[in-house]
Design a protein around this ligand. Structure first.
Ligand code: PLP
Length: 392
């Protein structure tokens, strides 16, 4: 019934759903037929506290009954508390609040434009969102092609410091925008030293370094933000996904002089930073702090990686990522089959592309979830061997 409705009324932009889900609790979700699944995708790195966490539920209910929305003519205590919290956790100085990752990137694009320089650099294979501005930065030609012409002045570079240095040397670069780990690409790490090198080069050439931590932020990689592993300070960071734990919210945090670029009237959002969203984000981030979930992401991530290695599947070529954001490379283009098998076993993992499986479980997972994952994922990896020649 649901499938028929979906195909009849949902815009064709959405792929056919894997399942129709009805409820969730902790790291588990149930479909409309009552079958349950261990959720190792967490709404693509969104449900940091898992499903129906009391801190999340309480914040939504209490704030909805207190004050859900005002407008940007007014400030509210939850909004100011969230801005202070985000500056404290990031080390940044000012915050623009919005409603999604793409909007956080849009704010970053406008920040870059305010420098007065025309060029914006991004990386090949990067993902920054689907609105026209954020799509312009997204480095996947297939996603961009139907919507061209996109923003002028945006260039995509191979992920090498030589390419970056050459592009910066040509002058007039407002900003370099990049993900510390390429999430949508299937959780692919930057080359060793790239981020620190990019910081040094952008600084030398007077360009902003803007990080997209929409997927990597909020504790997921085992630090609050992935750039903190590298000991660098960016000029701006885009956030969304995990900071709301399932409530739509996004943010752009600026550092140092980049905080002086936006002036009154330059940007705004009706819903951005409304007290309901801000209160929930405060509750989610507060719980991540109080329950030690950043540390848990680091510890459980290491255990998860070790367990995948122990499965010893010949199909697995590499494991990349950090904390509880892991990408598993496969020797053959069978990620879709592996993810489907996992789902049949009652485990949600993501085929980010045909040869990489992405894992992004809630930050609350413990021994039980790791054990169940290993059992089910072992079965999912036992797919019938295909002759490599078949795909030639
Ligand atoms: C999800 C994501 C976005 C886009 O966020 P939306 O909320 O879907 O607009 C941008 N960048 C990265 C790295 C993401 O993972």
């Amino acid at each position: 019934m649901y499938t028929e409705v979906f195909s009849r009324v949902m815009m064709r932009s959405a792929p056919a759903p894997l399942k129709v889900l009805a409820r969730g609790e902790g790291a588990r979700v149930w479909d409309v037929d009552g079958a349950d699944y261990l959720d190792f995708l967490a709404g693509i790195a969104v449900n940091a506290l898992g499903h129906a966490h009391p801190a999340f539920v309480g914040a939504v209910a209490d704030q909805a009954a207190t004050l859900a929305h005002v407008s940007n003519y007014f400030a509210t205590p939850p909004q100011l508390e969230l801005a202070e919290r985000l500056t404290r956790l990031t080390g940044g100085s000012r915050v623009f609040l919005c409603n999604s990752g793409a909007e956080a990137i849009e704010a970053a694009v406008k920040l870059a434009r305010l420098t007065g320089k025309p060029r914006i650099l991004a990386l090949e294979n990067a993902f920054h969102g689907r609105t026209i501005g954020s799509l312009s930065l997204t480095g996947k030609p297939a996603l961009r092609a139907p919507f061209e012409p996109l923003l002028p002045g945006v260039e995509h570079l191979p992920t090498s410091l030589d390419a970056l240095e050459a592009a910066l040397a040509a002058g007039d670069v407002a900003a370099l925008v990049l993900e510390p780990i390429k999430g949508e690409a299937g959780v692919v790490e930057l080359p060793e030293g790239y981020l620190a090198g990019a910081r040094e080069l952008t600084e030398r050439h007077g360009a902003l370094l803007i990080l997209d931590e929409i997927q990597t932020g909020a504790g997921r990689t085992g630090d609050w933000f992935a750039y903190q592993h590298e000991g660098i300070v960016p000029d701006a960071v885009a956030l969304a996904k995990g900071i709301g734990g399932g409530f739509p919210i996004g943010a752009l945090v600026t550092f140092g002089a980049a905080s002086d670029l936006f002036g009154p009237g330059h940007h705004g959002s009706t819903f951005g930073g409304n007290p309901l969203a801000a209160r929930v984000a405060n509750a989610v981030l507060g719980e991540i702090e109080d329950a030690g979930l950043v540390e848990n992401a680091r510890r459980r991530g290491a255990e998860l990686r070790a367990r995948i290695e122990l499965i010893g599947s010949p199909l697995v070529t590499d494991i990349q990522g950090r904390g509880l954001l892991l990408g598993i490379g496969l020797a053959e283009p069978v990620a879709g089959i592996v993810a489907r098998r996992a789902l049949d076993e009652g485990l949600i993992v993501n085929a980010a592309n045909e040869s990489r499986i992405r894992l992004a479980p809630p930050l609350i997972i413990g021994d039980d979830e790791l054990h169940e994952f290993t059992r089910k994922f072992t079965v999912a990896l036992e797919i019938p061997h295909t002759d490599p020649g078949e795909h030639a």
